[in-house]
Design a protein around this ligand. Structure first.
Ligand code: NAD
Ligand code: MG
Length: 402
């Protein structure tokens, strides 16, 4: 075991992108518990000026940025009497990421987090990556850019954090497969016809995790697990058939790695995002985490099921788009973001989310649009075009019952 006394005493500068969200909240909670160890460089939010200003004041941040360009005046007023600099608009969020923090939490929701995450990557920062959509959107290009800049990407998503911890038990040549677990979401045992008609309130009732709205809906459709299969592929350079999904309703085992000698190494913990975030914050050492101690005797049973690719087509489409490559995962993510927004807006049924993603992917492939992504701009332009395509297909998908 390492001696981590030296690392524990050094003050670290940190930036939290998406500070007012669910992951942001868990991150601020950890920072709050060790105020003397962290200097907050920058905090960002989308529209929640009040929440952002409150955090910036509490932590004495140097810079606060809100994505909505119309809210600069509001933010300035909310920070009046402090020395906190502030900005508004996408450029200000990118500036927050580019400012010199040692450690950056990338927790913006959706592909909107790509450019800010890249700004942190490009200056060689340590980036705790919660924002899986940016990885799915930019493919392996994101990881290549991190390698080039000497950035350290730490997976904050619980399953990938578990894999990261377990992968250290063997070499690449000894790895057989990784297994990411899935709770199965609120519709795990539901029939297709019921899933089709599920309401927003039902989709937002996750059995184990408390999360932001978009990822909670993605968990109900198992799109979240699909995004995570793609995330695992890009993060750890794994082929699609080296990644398995296992439904585990208790969410205690987060990820496992099987090696050639048939040893399977797993990471366990209570379903609390503060554990993987604490792992990223402390890495390469370990800090004290606030989650409940794991009491397996009280839990009693851990159960497992194979995922159902028919009732949850989003998972099948993730493997398909990963195998297709050449921008298909960017399209998969973009179409899902449009579909989730349409579902929240009451424009489509729950079951139509996966149908819209499938229709957009099929149209994209048929139109001969597949091409390797060689830059962030490539990824962003595919993302925009796929959103437009998905939006144009929306009316016919909305009309079509399953
Ligand atoms: P959330 O909706 O609770 O918070 C999102 C944050 O991003 C907020 O601070 C919001 O203000 C900001 N934001 C949203 N849109 C933005 C935009 N266009 N520009 C700038 N900022 C914007 O979401 P969350 O649940 O915290 O999830 C954040 C990311 O972490 C997602 O990519 C999600 O998939 C991933 N993740 C979340 C969890 C979880 O438990 N919540 C677990 C694993 C991974
Ligand atoms: Mg996850």
């Amino acid at each position: 075991m390492r001696n981590n006394k030296a690392a524990a005493s050094a003050v670290r500068s940190v930036t939290v992108l998406g500070a007012t969200g669910s992951i942001g909240d868990s991150t601020m909670d950890l920072l709050r518990a060790s105020r003397d160890r962290y200097q907050v460089e920058a905090l960002t939010a989308n529209t929640n000026v009040e929440g952002l200003a409150k955090l910036a004041r509490e932590f004495g941040a140097r810079f606060a940025a809100v994505a909505d360009p119309d809210r600069l005046g509001e933010l300035k007023d909310a920070l009046a009497g402090t020395r906190i600099e502030c900005g508004a608009g996408e450029g200000a969020i990118i500036e927050a990421a580019a400012r010199p923090a040692d450690w950056v939490m990338a927790a913006v929701s959706g592909a909107a987090g790509l450019k800010p995450a890249l700004a942190a990557v490009d200056r060689g920062a340590t980036v705790a990556l919660a924002n899986k959509e940016c990885l799915v959107c930019a493919g392996d290009f994101f990881m290549q850019r991190a390698l080039k800049a000497g950035a350290c990407i730490l997976p904050a998503d619980s399953e990938h954090n578990a894999l990261f911890q377990a992968l250290g038990s063997g070499n690449r040549e000894e790895l057989v497969r990784v297994i990411i677990t899935a709770s199965g979401g609120p519709f795990r045992t539901w029939a297709v016809a019921d899933i089709e008609q599920a309401t927003l309130a039902q989709a937002l009732k996750h059995p184990n995790w408390s999360m932001g709205q978009k990822i909670t809906i993605d968990s109900a459709s198992m799109m979240n697990k699909g995004l995570e299969v793609i995330e695992a592929s890009y993060l750890f350079a794994l082929a699609p058939d080296e990644i398995d999904v296992l439904v585990h309703p208790q969410s205690i085992i987060h990820g496992m790695v099987e090696f050639s000698d048939r040893s399977v190494v797993a990471q366990l913990g209570a379903p609390d995002m503060r554990t993987p975030i604490a792992h990223c914050l402390g890495w390469p050492d370990r800090i004290v985490g606030p989650a409940a101690k794991l009491d397996l005797a009280r839990i009693g049973q851990l159960t497992f099921e194979a995922p159902d690719f028919d009732r949850f087509p989003a998972l099948r489409l993730a493997y398909d788009s990963l195998r297709t490559g050449r921008g298909a995962t960017t399209v998969y993510n973009a179409a899902n973001e449009v579909a989730v927004a349409a579902f929240i807006g009451g424009k489509i049924r729950f079951g139509a989310i996966a149908r819209l993603v499938e229709a957009t992917l099929n149209d994209w492939i048929r139109s001969g649009n597949l091409a390797p992504l060689s830059s962030a701009d490539d990824a962003i332009s595919v993302d925009h075009a796929a959103r437009n395509k998905a939006a144009s297909l929306l009316p016919q998908i909305a009309l079509k019952a399953s």
